[in-house]
Design a protein. Sequence first.
Length: 123
Amino acid sequence: MDPAAIVLIMAPILFPMGAALGVNAVHLGILMVVNMEVGLCHPPVGLNLYVASGITGMGITELTVAVLPWLATMLIFLVMVTYIPRCRCGCRICWGCIDPTYGLPNFRRRIARSARASAWPRR
């Protein structure tokens, strides 16, 4: 199935279920995207396999053997993102979007600090 169709059909079903179970929405979205990526390269119905077969002129079986190392890498990444929460927010910590000490976004802390230090009287 096309990734756009998967998102349009499954997101309204999975997001309320994930929210009820306490799953972070960003984490659930990352899991959906990585699962779609694996599905597009996975035999026997991976769309990317048929496109690559048409471009290169190779058969599906030859291409499947050539894709297996990359598929294994994607599956390892999927397991890491699923079971190691630090993997999904590690980049945001490196970029400075999240304070690793408190787990709060930095902009919220800056806004709170500036509101306390503001010279404007509060009503």
